[in-house]
Design a protein around this ligand. Sequence first.
Ligand SMILES: Nc1ncnc2c1ncn2[C@@H]1O[C@H](COP(=O)(O)OP(=O)(O)OP(=O)(O)O)[C@@H](O)[C@H]1O
Length: 208
Amino acid sequence: MSTLLDVQQLASQRAGRTLFADLSFTLNAGDVLHIEGENGAGKSTLLRSLVGLVELQAGTIRFFPEQLPFAQEWRQHTLFMGHKPAVKAELTALENVRLQAQLTAVANVDAWQLLETVGLLGLEDLPAGQLSAGQQRRIALTRLWYSKAPLWILDEPFTALDTRGIDLLQQRFAEHTAQGGAIVMTSHQALTWRPEQLKRIRIQGGEL
Ligand SMILES: Nc1ncnc2c1ncn2[C@@H]1O[C@H](COP(=O)(O)OP(=O)(O)OP(=O)(O)O)[C@@H](O)[C@H]1O
């Protein structure tokens, strides 16, 4: 079974408070890792640490393949989505989808097809700032339908989605893992889909 991510003995502190310590896990092809914990427990900090956006107090993170230089490595290997949908309010839905594809250097993306997939056809010409929170989330999530990255790191991807949106996203997760991808995600909601290879970590008061 191929390993995509190996994390050993991570520790993180914020304002002198230990969020987590001695955190180790390995992600293999097909794995879904669900990070759970109350507000402020440190879930986002952990995901941001994995992609180098937050400094760690201790630990090692190894992405595979290892032969790539680090700066390129996680970008080519990993898709990271933070908890706020990264859309530009002044651009239309269609322009946002195209811009996201350009920024991730993916060519030949059919933006219209993506909008249809996520249920936004008919809204393509509206500025994203005039769309609802769930509709903006759907724009951001279109990346998941063309990403070639095997490892997805997703902070609260279900936020603001309705039931159909959550089902759609979980179907996409199932396809991704069936093709050998892996997912690390936070969510306050239990998954309604039961992945074959589900791992769970709960961060609570600095304990795991
Ligand atoms: N940039 C920052 N500087 C200082 N402290 C921070 C910073 N970002 C987060 N924190 C603190 O780190 C702790 C963990 O925050 P984090 O966002 O990781 O929690 P979370 O588990 O993702 O919470 P939520 O469920 O509310 O999204 C919080 O106490 C927060 O105040």
